[in-house]
Design a protein around this ligand. Structure first.
Ligand code: UD1
Ligand code: CA
Length: 447
């Protein structure tokens, strides 16, 4: 069965107290909207429609950054979840598959759960994702009768008897797309909130002789985020899971609770991650690497056997080949470091290519930025860059070439040459002693 996703994200998220639309607040370096889109991807949707309202332009940008084919429709006024889904009708005109409604603020729905819903759709017209709530609070209650889901009652509209029901509505609903819009047409807003409740479609469907059922999932999966406190709680949950998964996949975490992963971090088997390491988005670390304490990695690739840190920063475009060493207080950005090369201490390497086995001395800087443009530094194989070399890009240092410590390299260095560019040293005999004596004498006189 082909599926279309309808993701609701028009709400203001008042309790976030933010200029940013709620669904763009991030978990593990990615907007919660994108987490929802990724969940939905489990059903390989043919179309995705995001319903935006508050901050629609920003929402559209974020949605399209993840999936350029997504359609964003606007719900100018937030008149309820049913009204929100209705905004997707034109975008899905003629689509004869199933529609799955997800919330943009509910980021943790598992692929297996959506697969179970798709399976339940084979036998029922409408499928709702529910959960047994520890504290059902203000959730909508799922009212079952015989073996069917009979209706959903919103908390505000519920009786005491209905409030005693623990089976709650997650908000995730699946049915045939045309059926869904037909049912939504019949929704009114004569209720405690004066809203068009999507949840009313169940009662309407049943009255029309359609079938409805509940697929159950764990409460943690349907966790919705409404405040900064809930956001940080969701982040913590994500991190706990990521650490457990990492360990199950054969990654050593010395102090798991201090390591933070991004939504897309990939780490290979037998890699060791020491305490206090933070991963931004877009990082792949191959097997058998070591990421030492207090390092920060983002948008980079670390190959087998490489050692990074302690206190290293790998920024987007850093590519470390096998057995590369990047040491303390080193920053690498948009640079390819070839096999076995070492950048061990206090260096900045940006917009550069470093050949195999080259050694970059302490304090080396690629001066890549002239204030307007970025320029490239190329270093060949087996080169030796002396400590505190300034490589003023664009510049090339050839294979097996050297630079003297403190050299400011402004011209290319041919293979095998030594570049020295610094003032020649002169020693003035006894000068230091004479100067000190003079200064001390002056101090003694009090002037
Ligand atoms: C909804 C359900 C409730 C369920 C709960 C689960 C309805 C009527 N109620 O209640 O049964 O237990 O979710 O969390 O569906 N949105 C729009 N446009 C609108 C209204 C909402 O896009 O006009 C979006 C919001 O941005 C949010 C989602 O829909 O992502 C849910 O809306 P919200 O107002 O939080 O619904 P609840 O009252 O929590
Ligand atoms: Ca809600």
């Amino acid at each position: 069965m082909t599926t279309a996703l309808i993701i609701l994200g028009a709400g203001m998220g008042t309790r976030m107290n933010s200029d940013l639309p709620k669904v763009l607040h991030e978990i593990a370096g990615s907007p919660m909207l994108v987490h929802a889109m990724k969940s939905g991807a489990a059903l390989e949707p043919e179309r995705t429609v995001v319903v935006a309202g508050h901050g629609a332009e920003l929402v559209e940008k974020a949605a399209k950054a993840y999936d350029p084919d997504v359609t964003v429709v606007i719900q100018a006024e937030q008149l309820g979840t049913g009204h929100a889904v209705r905004q997707a009708r034109d975008a899905l005109a003629g689509f004869d598959g199933d529609a799955l409604v997800l919330y943009g603020d509910t980021p943790f729905i598992r692929p297996e759960t959506l697969a179970a819903m798709a399976a339940a759709r084979l036998t029922h017209d409408v499928v709702v994702l529910g959960f047994e709530a520890e504290d059902p609070g203000r959730y909508g209650r799922l009212i079952t009768k015989d073996d069917q889901l009979d209706r959903i009652v919103e908390f505000k509209d519920s009786s005491n008897e209905e409030r005693a029901v623990n089976l709650c509505n997650s908000g995730v609903i699946m049915s045939n797309c045309e059926t869904l819009f037909d049912l939504i047409d019949a929704i009114g807003n004569d209720n405690a909130a004066g809203e068009y409740y999507l949840t009313d479609i169940i009662g309407i469907a049943r009255a029309r002789g359609l079938t409805a059922t509940v697929v159950r999932c764990d409460e943690a999966e349907t966790l919705g985020i409404n405040s900064r406190a809930e956001l940080s709680h969701a982040e913590a949950l994500f991190q706990t899971n990521a650490r457990t998964d990492g360990q199950a996949n054969g990654v050593t975490l010395t102090a798991p609770e201090t390591v933070f992963f991004a939504h897309d971090t990939v780490v290979g088997r037998d890699t060791v991650i020491e305490p206090n390491v933070v991963f931004g988005p877009g990082v792949t670390v191959e097997s058998g690497a070591t990421i030492r304490a207090f390092s920060h990695l983002e948008g980079c690739h670390v190959s087998r056997g490489a050692v990074v840190g302690p206190y290293a920063r790998l920024r987007p475009g850093a590519e470390l080949a096998e057995n590369v060493k990047v040491g303390n207080f080193v920053e690498i950005k948009n640079a390819q470091i070839a096999e076995g090369a070492k950048v061990n201490h206090l260096s900045y390497v940006g917009d550069a290519e470093i050949g195999p086995r080259s050694n970059i001395g302490a304090g080396t800087i690629t001066c890549n930025y002239d204030g307007v443009f970025k320029h490239k530094t190329t270093i060949g194989a087996d080169a030796f860059i002396g400590s505190n070399t300034m490589l003023v890009a664009p510049v090339t240092v050839g294979d097996a070439a050297m630079t003297a410590s403190g050299t400011v390299v402004t011209k290319n260095v041919p293979a095998g040459d030594l570049a020295v560019a610094r003032a020649k040293q002169e020693n003035k005999t006894g000068f230091a002693v004479r100067l000190f004596d003079k200064l001390k004498a002056r101090k003694a006189k009090g002037s």
